[in-house]
Design a protein around this ligand. Structure first.
Ligand code: NOJ
Length: 756
């Protein structure tokens, strides 16, 4: 006897079938879906059989994604409706979460659509689903790859327990411009780090691929979305092919190599070709060169926007261009459903192309086991158990601790000493919960968040008196709260000022031209500093800021980004020294916006240097240096680096081991991120002054030394020509090691012959 779930497929298909037996035609996947050759054949037979029964409209429906009711993350075009469901016009839905809601829609779909093809449910699970982890940029600063795997896995478990099949993450766009609001969603400015982090996140989200406790990942936004002109979101991207291939494309490729199942196209054009219409990017590079086998989804209305980008005259043209380029699924604007059938009739669109995309999407549904059980991810008891479990809470606290970067600590004011009995807790974010979730909070709730005020209370009980005064808001000119904040400050031993951006001052379409603390926060800080009491600034922000004034008016600066659910506890751990900060910046912090782009791995020039009164690459009114360089972060201990040691040449396989001795010279144990950079001394193209090529995060007990071994392979030291050809030229390379991208010691190595 068939179980009820099997009847969803078998019965309707049986009623339509003729000739062959039911068992022959409609072999249903087993519930434990592991890719083997035999079930690949089975899948192929199942999908082809199903497709042979689909009308053209139903096929196009599979290529169409509509937005659910939980969240609008863009302008709504066409609302999800029963009529779309009954036409079989909905292949996927985004922005609905929770077993009950998802089940209800799936049930509706299974009852009203003719072929009862299950819907694929997607959500932006970027840094957590209900338990919110640090924002991706924050967490990248931990340089802790295992941690990034674990948090992505935990988010995947929570989201899948809530009925979600697919997340639109990770965002792997390299971001070299802090004005761009979406810096917060990525790993920062470096390509090497961007690649290894991208892979961890893909593997974490897809930790148990095709099983109901794991979601599909989506590498986005393909390609080069992180390089919009002037840092304005959605703006055109114009760069050399060499830079595109070398700096921007590798993290997407790294995702393919890590097995990512889906890709999202980018809103921008790349050198004049909109990504949504670029066959070169989506088919030639992604599928043919990189061998990507999954499917590509558009970004929100990204297909229709081809008309506003001015490369097609109308929506029909947009649909044809995008699908031909390689956009399999059309998010939200509905233009595939509206125009592709007509395009086929008018011979502007080949049915073969449609079939290929339909197959890719059905294959994902098949492998997820949805044809066996459309409610495979809908288990309310699992939802209750997994959401905000104790383990996940502990992980969120650990992730938050490890993401905190200590930027300044004059006179070792931190950790707070035991003679601190009274603290003034000031600033718009000191008692706040909601903003601490950061951009993209999925189902994170403000009430779940441990505020800084609460975190200090949890830590100290009443042993230390904490007097709170907000002082001012994020934005606006209102200084009426200053006096109270100053009064509280005067009565304290230490001032903790929690300041920064509102969560939605970074993120999508949140570019900023001015990168100082918004509103009157810096004025408040000046007043607080004037009390003569030590000031510890705890920053919360989504991007690098210009901190020149903050440095001036403070003794210590803690960069905490947005740390999510466990913010207050993690910050209390760091403020009191229960956790010794170990994170380092993955983006450079400029002294002034005029320096942007200010990334560390800029190319060499003919007139280098920063000398006054001479013609060098510089501004006449500011030194070239960043305020805080890439890779920078302090600790409560200090480290001494010896010079690196390396062999004079790479070995026959191109390998090189670099050894560097690092000593913890302070009084507390710590973890240090040992970094290795490389510069090519002479090459046929101008090369960067240095590039990160390896790192290790190591524990070093107080007063102890460790010898850290870092591996480099010569094949990774090449570059792309403007024909996008990768070359590794022989010659001399400088190897640099140290605690950040500025403070480096060197050795030299020779590559005797080119690597093919
Ligand atoms: C637009 C964003 O660019 C993308 O990152 C996101 O996944 C979609 N909206 C869906 O919310």
């Amino acid at each position: 006897m068939f179980k009820k779930k099997y009847l969803y497929y078998i019965l309707p298909l049986f009623l339509m079938s003729s000739g062959t037996t039911m068992a022959q035609q409609y072999a249903v996947p087993s519930s434990s879906v592991v890719q083997t050759t035999s079930n690949k054949k089975e899948m192929d037979r199942f999908i082809k059989s199903l497709m042979s029964r689909m009308t053209l409209e139903e096929k196009i429906g599979q290529l169409s994604q509509y937005v659910g009711h939980d969240l609008l993350t863009g302008p709504q075009s066409e609302a999800l409706s029963d009529s779309l469901l009954s036409k079989g016009a909905v292949g996927s839905i985004l922005n609905i979460g929770g077993v009950q809601k998802i089940k209800k829609i799936q049930e509706k779909n299974m009852s009203v659509s003719r072929l009862k093809i299950p819907i694929l449910f997607a959500y932006d699970v970027i840094h957590g689903y209900r338990t919110i982890f640090p924002t991706p940029l924050a967490e990248a600063c931990s340089w802790d790859l295992d941690l990034m795997y674990e948090t992505a896995k935990a988010a995947s478990i929570e989201a899948s327990a809530s009925g979600i099949h697919w997340t639109f993450a990770p965002m792997v766009d390299i971001a070299r411009d802090p004005r761009w609001g979406r810096v917060v969603e990525g790993a920062g400015e470096d390509t090497y780090l961007g690649c290894v982090i991208a892979q961890q996140r893909v593997k974490g989200f897809q930790w148990n691929l095709w099983q109901p406790n794991s979601v599909l990942a989506c590498a986005k936004h393909f390609a080069a979305y992180g390089a919009p002109q002037a840092g304005r979101d959605y703006a055109p991207v114009d760069m050399s092919n060499s830079t595109l291939a070398e700096v921007y494309l590798p993290p997407y490729k790294a995702c393919v190599d890590a097995g990512v199942q889906t890709f999202m196209a980018a809103f921008n054009d790349v050198n004049g070709l909109p990504a949504h219409g670029s066959k070169w990017l989506l088919t030639d590079i992604l599928r043919k060169q990189w061998n990507f086998k999954g499917f590509v989804v558009s970004d929100w209305n990204g297909v229709q926007q081809l008309t506003t980008q001015g490369v097609v005259a109308n929506d029909k043209g947009a649909a044809v261009l995008a699908l031909n380029a390689g956009v399999d699924m059309n998010m939200t604007d509905g233009v595939y459903n509206k125009y592709l059938k007509e395009a086929v009739k008018d011979k502007e669109m080949s049915i073969d192309v449609i079939n290929e995309s339909v197959y890719r999407i059905l294959a994902v549904k098949y492998k997820l086991g949805l044809f066996t059980d459309p409610y495979r991810f809908c288990d309310e008891s699992r939802e209750k158990k997994e959401i905000m479990s104790d383990n996940v809470m502990a992980l969120a606290r650990k992730a938050a601790q490890r993401s905190i970067v200590l930027l300044q600590n004059k006179d070792n004011i931190l950790p707070l000493k035991s003679n601190v009995k009274k603290v003034a807790l000031v600033g718009p974010l000191a008692a706040n919960q909601a903003e601490l979730l950061g951009s993209w909070k999925a189902f994170g709730l403000p009430n779940d968040v441990v505020s800084v005020q609460q975190g200090l209370k949890n830590k100290w009980n009443d042993k230390v008196v904490v007097n709170y005064a907000k002082g001012c808001d994020f934005a606006g000119e209102d200084t009426s709260g200053f006096d109270e904040a100053v009064k509280v400050a005067q009565e304290s031993d230490v001032i903790i000022a929690v300041m920064g951006e509102k969560a939605l001052m970074s993120g999508e379409s949140r570019s900023r031209a001015k990168l100082n603390l918004p509103g009157v926060q810096e004025q408040l800080l000046e007043r607080l500093a004037a009390t003569g009491k030590p000031v510890v600034v705890v920053l919360m922000n989504g991007r690098p800021l210009v901190l020149t004034n903050v440095m001036k008016y403070s003794n210590a600066i803690i960069e905490s980004w947005f740390l999510g659910t466990q913010t207050g506890n993690a910050l209390a751990d760091v403020l009191t020294g229960d956790y010794n900060p170990s994170a380092k910046l993955t983006t450079s912090f400029p002294q002034h916006e005029g320096q942007i782009p200010n990334y560390y791995n800029y190319k060499r020039s003919g007139r280098p240097g920063d000398m006054e009164h001479s013609s060098t690459v510089r501004h006449i009114d500011l030194k070239n240096a960043n305020l805080f360089p890439f890779g920078f972060g302090l600790s409560y201990t200090t480290y001494k680096y010896d010079a690196p040691k390396c062999a004079p040449t790479f070995d026959s396989k191109g390998n090189l081991k670099v050894k560097v001795r690092v000593t913890n010279t302070g009084d507390v144990d710590g973890e240090e991120i040992v970094q290795l950079y490389v510069a090519d001394k002479v090459a046929s193209m101008v090369r960067p002054v240095k590039e990160l090529k390896a790192f290790k995060k190591v524990f070093i007990a107080k007063k102890q030394s460790v010898e850290v071994e870092l591996d480099v392979n010569a094949k990774d030291l090449g570059f792309y020509t403007n024909d996008m050809k990768y070359v590794v030229e022989p010659g001399e390379f400088t190897i640099m090691t140290g605690p950040n991208s500025e403070d480096l010691q060197t050795c030299s190595v020779r590559l005797n012959k080119a690597i093919e």
